[in-house]
Structure formats: structure tokens, C-alpha cells
Design a protein around this ligand. Sequence first.
Ligand code: 6CS
Length: 339
Amino acid sequence: MKSIKKRLLAGFAGAAIFIAGAAGAQAETWKYAFEEAMTDVQGVFAQKFKEEVEANSDHEIQLFPFGTLGESADIMEQAQAGILQFVDQSPGFTGALIPEAQVFFVPYLLPAESEQLGDFFRNSKAIHEMFPELYANQGLELLTMFPEGEVVMNTKREVRAPADLDEVKFRVMTNPLLVESYQAFGATPTPLPWGEVYGGLQTNIIQGQENPMFWVESTKMYEVTDYITFAGHNNFTTAVMANKEFYDGLGEEDRKVIQDATKAAFEHILEYQKGLTEKSLDKIKQAKPDMNIVELTEEERAPFKEAAAEVEAKFIEMTGDSGQKILDQMKADLQAATQ
Ligand code: 6CS
């Protein structure tokens, strides 16, 4: 027979193992993949999100930058399958899955001014109330959307007018409305995943691409192009999502940790981007002093702006009533943000 003391000790040990086991079961490692490097905008957002989640819970976030798990389409599939808990995929690649997300490619829709842009993304009903349902239909919990910077045209030859884009094979993300956009701008749009862009420009399979300045700089696009053109036609939008089944299965406390971390990372990334375009431009000028930087005048922008109406009509043709509702709400949200 065991002594009372021994029985008590065994009881305590059992309880300790049980408590440690329960705590261990709660602390999970969540995987988060994105489309850029750790030091790019999506990476800075992801790092802040990780920092917040880890500071406010026992969970750990494991980050997977571009290339570690494949292209954008691959990480989206992995997030939908629940292999990843979080994913950052830009609407530029979400066109086939959620056609309405292509609204972000109607040219000259988003404001150029950063405070207004921030307010729009912070408060938009289209983003916070309408898009979540569309993402949920694809097994995704939409956590946030945020801007990554003004998009520039980055080409081998000078672009002052749509005629200059004639016969230019212009790489776009794999998004049907972007194809329409560059067709309306006079180019020959060529949808490609990101991994093929540098080599495509180097071998002259394509002669142009568009992206925000930080990305042109960090991915060294200036090595294989000669012109950067500011036409003011768009700002790059991206979206962060969770696998919906995973998210719905969480307790209220964990969901709150994720929501708070998302909000903190959103504000952090807007702050981080202040002056980023100028900084990236300076780095490019240092690395390649003869890179040509062109800012289109209002007059030169006019024909590109005219093309926007055609693209908007195509968007409605592709998405019907559902797209029309999103577009109308977005316009109302934009008006509220720019007043
Ligand atoms: O153009 C692209 O494909 C990439 N551009 C940016 C700014 N982020 C990721 C995306 O893959």
C-alpha cells in the first residue's frame, strides 16, 4: 500500500502534467505566407502582426516570404486547404476566385492622396461589410485590405501616351480586368506570375510591367528597364486572410487577438509607407543614375483617364449585379473619404 504522502505527491504530479498538457495544447503555431520578401511592405505588415499576436497570446506565428512556398496562386491554395492559417494575396491574383475583387483595377478610382487613401481603407463599407462575404464563399476570412503604394509603369521605352505602348508586351498580374486595362491603354497585356517577370524583361519576352516604387527597387527591376512613369492610375491593393474553418474554430479570445493584431499592423503599415516612394526612388537613382523618371502632366494623363470608363464597363460586364453593388458602395466610400 502507498503511503498517504506518496499518494498526495502522485496526485500533485498528475495534476501538474494535466495543467502543463492543457496549456501546451492551447499554444499553437500558425503559418502565414505572403507574396513579398520580409523587408517589403507585406513582410513588414506580417512581422508586426506576428509581434502583436505573440505579445498577446501563447501562439507563435511562422512567416513564409515569397518563394518559400511557391507563387501567389500556390499560397492561396494552401490557405484554402488549411495548410496555412494566414495568407496575403493581392486582388491582382484573386480575379478568377473573386471577380469582384478586380474593382481595385478600375484606373483612377482610388485617391492619390495618402491620408484620404488611408481613411478609405480604414472605413470602407465595401471592404469591411461586402467583401468579407465574397471571401467567405471561398473559405476565407478577410482580415484586412491595405494599400502598398502608387503604381508606376516600368518600361524599356518612354511612355507619354497610349501610342507609346503600342506593341509593348506589358506584364500584368494574372487578372482579367488588368488585361482589359492595358488593352485600353494601348499595350499588349501579358499576364504572368511574379517569378517570371525579371527574366521576361531580361530576355525581352516582355517590355514593361507595373508596380509600386518600393517593389521596383527591392526586386531590381531597374536593372532590366529604363523608364519609370508616374501616370497616377492606381495604388497597389493587397488583402490578408485567414482560413475560414480555422478562424471560425477559434475561441473568442483568440479571434480578438487576431483582430487587434490586424488593426495594429494596418496602422503600422500606413505609417511605414510615409516617404517610401521617394526613398525607393533615391535608391534607384543611386544604383542607376541614368534611369529615366517621367511624371505625366495632366494633359498626358487625359487619354489614360478616358480609357478608365471602358475598363469600368468591362468590370460590370464581368461581374454583373454583384460587381455593380460593390462599385457603387466603393464610390460612396471614396466620396466620404475624400470630402
Ligand atoms: O506584381 C506582382 O506580382 C507583385 N507585386 C507586389 C507589389 N507584390 C507582390 C506581387 O506578387
